[in-house]
Design a protein around this ligand. Structure first.
Ligand code: OOB
Length: 555
């Protein structure tokens, strides 16, 4: 295997330390599944209730079956020319095929690029061209959207993209995913399986810049993070994890998520819709013991349970993270749902914090947890990178056995996002308690956290600036009782468009038509003559946030 270009490896002395400490155990995803299949062959690994475009009927795959399917997928991908090191954009709904595909890719050392179902042309086109993807895996039509069409357009523009695989019955002009698996030669005929230090996949950053950045995670580092997560969440072979959020996101994938559950030999149940009407009956039928939700969904579930909906009773642990969970809501979890709350404060770049199962209720409801690893180094610093004492709010910097040392192929961003000695600048403002727990107090990065979905202000501003009537744009967060935050786009029109200004809805439509994920379309557009400025003349987003918050309160 040749190392992946553009990947910043862990420095040798750190890698050595992480191995000696037993965090990095030389495991790979390919072998992990093989070993679980040997240990738990006839136990169910994945339950897909169906009811989506990939499969109408239910599937229940044992560990042995998933392992066999991954082998056949690996051989089929090799037969179609996919090779170790190739990038493959994977955009699938919560269907069993997701696991067949990613384990097939892991085995041959090709790298999944984890797209979300909500992504559209703007995002997918960028992922395919930036990663020079060799293949792209999609459903046919899901949620009323035709991914085959999107794939056709992206393929026409990207010569490196050789293969589009469609999970579902009608592939259109592309190849049916179900026709790929075969019994041909496996990775041993093509240079072997990847090693533990190799990059296993590229995850997406929530981002604060014009285009999303890609996060290279190695087998060793990622498996440590999900094994550590599974241990401190009490996972064992009897755990049944309901995957409610989009399966490719870091939280439901590894905190401890589906992969942590498979590591523990438990069962993953895929949830096609997050609404209580779908999730509660599934929890009841499958005896689900643990799941992970973003705060708005946790609120929805709490409200449904309070109104008398039933079915959730087997839940033992509810993980909530991705955005700040209010103390008030956190205090309702135990009495209403009858399970333990674990707050999770994590990031695709690495560091994940959890409240512990035996933490006192006050810590569970008022903090976002503490790091997985004793070797997660956490610094809370002021604007000059000087360390602050416990209790003071500052910038969170971190370095450790599963936090990246650099984004993939992004030297300019890396200079800004990492300190010279390798700490990742998370962009989060936190305070540390004497117990070592972190409380998220805010954000310094230019990002809106829309109920766990991250919107990079600059990315949306760039799309707005492409409109002929827009002179300048500034996207900020506005408070929202349900999502926590929504997006508000402040716009200054060009002088020659002020007579007949476009309406807010027109700008929203314009952004949507550029092919952007729906959650990134501004929730509100405000026109102003000029932006408030800071002391040195930059746009004062602080003042814009205050202005929109005040006008919302005034109603
Ligand atoms: C998770 O990962 P990302 O990469 O989508 O977003 C990371 C960012 C953090 O830097 C922070 O700003 C925010 O999301 N965040 C939270 C939070 N959890 C994440 N802010 C406040 N409270 C929380 N509990 O969102 C993610 C990855 C793994 C596990 C859980 C969440």
């Amino acid at each position: 295997m040749t190392p992946l270009d553009g990947f910043t490896p862990y420095p040798a002395e750190f890698a050595e330390r992480y191995r000696v400490a037993g965090y990095w155990r030389g495991e790979t995803f390919g072998r992990m599944l093989r070993e679980r299949a040997a240990a738990h062959g006839e136990r169910i690994a994945v339950v897909d209730p169906g009811g989506h475009s990939v499969a109408v009927t239910e599937r229940r795959w044992t560990y042995a079956e998933l392992d066999r399917r991954a082998d056949r997928m690996a051989a089929g991908l090799l037969a179609r020319g996919i090779r170790s090191g190739d990038r493959v954009v994977v955009q699938l709904p919560n269907a069993a095929e997701f696991f067949e595909v990613i384990f097939g890719l892991f085995r041959i050392g090709a790298l999944p690029v984890f797209a979300l179902p909500a992504h559209r042309y703007a995002e997918i086109g960028y992922f395919c061209s930036f990663t020079e993807a060799a293949a792209y895996v999609v459903p046919a039509v899901e949620g009323g959207y035709d991914y085959r069409e999107l794939a056709g357009r992206v393929r026409a523009e990207n010569p490196a993209l050789r293969l589009v695989l469609v999970a579902g019955e009608d592939p259109g002009e592309h190849v049916r995913l179900a026709d790929v698996p075969c019994d041909g030669p496996g990775p041993e005929a093509f240079g072997g399986e990847p090693g533990p230090g190799d990059v296993a996949f590229l995850q997406l950053s929530g981002g604060s810049t014009g285009v999303p950045k890609l996060i290279p995670r190695t087998h060793d580092d990622y498996i440590y993070s999900l094994r550590g997560s599974a241990e401190l969440c009490g996972h064992d072979p009897d755990s049944v994890y309901l995957c409610v959020l989009p399966a490719a996101h870091n939280f439901p994938l590894s905190s401890p998520g589906s992969l942590g559950t498979l590591y523990a030999g438990g069962r993953v149940v895929l949830c096609p819709q997050p609404a209580p009407e779908t999730a509660f009956p599934l929890i009841e039928r499958e005896g689900v013991t643990v799941t992970g939700l973003v705060p708005p969904l946790a609120l929805l579930w709490l409200d449904a349970a309070e109104r008398g909906a039933r079915g959730y009773e087997s839940l033992e642990v509810l993980l909530v993270g991705g955005a700040k969970f209010s103390e008030e809501a956190a205090r309702r979890v135990r009495p209403v749902l009858g399970c333990i709350l674990q707050q999770v404060f994590g990031m695709a770049e690495g560091l994940v914090n959890y409240t512990r199962l035996d933490d006192p209720e006050d810590l569970v409801t008022t903090t976002q947890g503490r790091p997985i690893s004793p070797d997660d180094e956490v610094r809370v610093v002021d604007d000059q990178d000087r360390d602050l004492p416990d209790g003071a709010t500052g910038h969170l910097l971190t370095r450790g056995p599963y936090t990246i040392r650099g984004y993939w192929n992004a030297p300019a961003h890396n200079a800004d996002s990492f300190t010279a000695d390798g700490f990742y600048r998370t962009g989060d403002l936190v305070r540390r308690t004497p117990t070592g727990h972190l409380v998220v107090e805010g954000r310094a990065k230019d990002q809106i956290n829309r109920g766990g979905e991250k919107v990079a202000a600059e990315e949306i501003e760039n799309h707005l600036l492409a409109h002929p009537a827009v002179h300048d744009a500034a996207v900020v967060s506005m408070p929202d009782p349900y999502l926590g935050e929504r997006t508000c786009a402040y716009v200054v029109l060009r002088a020659d468009h002020r007579e007949k200004p476009p309406k807010g809805v027109e700008l929203k439509r314009f952004v949507r038509q550029r092919g952007l994920a729906e959650y990134k379309v501004p929730d509100r557009v405000e026109f102003v003559a000029a932006f408030p400025a800071t002391g040195i003349g930059k746009v004062s987003k602080k003042d814009l946030r205050a202005a929109i918050a005040a006008s919302l309160t005034a109603g």
